[in-house]
Design a protein around this ligand. Sequence first.
Ligand SMILES: Cc1ncc(COP(=O)(O)O)c(C=O)c1O
Length: 399
Amino acid sequence: MSVQGSTFTQRISNVAKRLDGDASEVWEVHDKACAMADNGEDVLLLSVGDPDLDTHPDTINHVIDRLREGRTHYSPSSGEDSLRRIIADVEDRSARRPCSVDEVLIFPGATNAIYAVMRTLLNEGDEVILAEPMYIGYHGIFDSIGAKQVRIPLNAADNFSLDMEKLKASVTEKTKVIFINTPGNPAGNMLSEAELRELADFSYRNNIWLVSDEVYSMITFKERHTSLRKAAEHLDNIIVIDGLSKSHAMTGWRMGWTVAPESISKHLLNFSASTVFGCCQFVQDAAAYALQNDSAYMEEIRGEYQSRRDYVCQRVAAIPKLSCPTPDAGMFVMVDISQVAEDGQDFAHRLLDAQGVSVLPGIGFGEVTRNFVRISLAQPVEILEPAFDRIEGFINSLL
Ligand SMILES: Cc1ncc(COP(=O)(O)O)c(C=O)c1O
């Protein structure tokens, strides 16, 4: 390809080509809504996954002090030992089994941690089993590696629960990884301890890695999250990824980590050392402080999302022809629009044009949620209320 006005022929890698796929369709409504808002139009954004809540002020003050003390230098690629120790202690408590510092590695966000894990485990053409609907951000990771995604559709009528037999039946000799996300984005579904144990046993016996993205582990409503590390009998094939973006309203700080056996952490570290070369010292200080001083804040955040979820579910239930499974966790509610629109894409476009409310079309998360839209709880009830008044008005106008 030639750059316009230049005789230079731009040759790019296959990875860059694979990443050049067209994801714009999914974000079209959101991008349009943002442009409308920038133009001063009255738009309510329910399509964002970035918490409206701020990072706790004490964490910010702590980091300002640490910056003044000169915490602006290189940090080990594995992460600061003090932070790794704190995370290992959190793991000790949540999994009720010992976790060593050497099992913990720090990454600039869970996305980077997932990428490093998958890059370390998978070759082009290897198969990874995932449940659908799934987080949009996974596509780029697997596309760049050239791994084949084998998707297990979850049943919406069954609150997006996992069909274990279907999953087991989809394993082939090319399956190298089973990748789970619990609690899940977008469906807010959670795997039970028994399901996690069964998956762990199955993958261990079949020589398959079992990797769990648990970034919503702290935002649970019905019961507390069970970590895969707690449920699994053997940890040799188990990798857990977590971070502070969602739980501590710290998306912009870029903080995530892996908990993995030392034998594979060594390879993860090689990859991270040659791509990231260590996270910011002061961001790690922030993470350490946040994790050590978070119990009251965690309760506050959990309570806030729960009341938003309750509000949204109650409003959806009161609107004719809309319905939603009640999510057990996370920051989103999936609304079934099959009775009022062709599909989620059609609904989202028309809702934005008619009422200035943006929601994400479910197709972005997989075919199984084509007739859904995702409502984000990353807005306060003061925004959710007028947004739902408008959604109600829109549905009434259709009927
Ligand atoms: C399931 C899931 N995993 C990972 C991420 C990204 O986390 P981070 O901000 O730590 O990269 C998100 C963000 O929306 C997510 O929903």
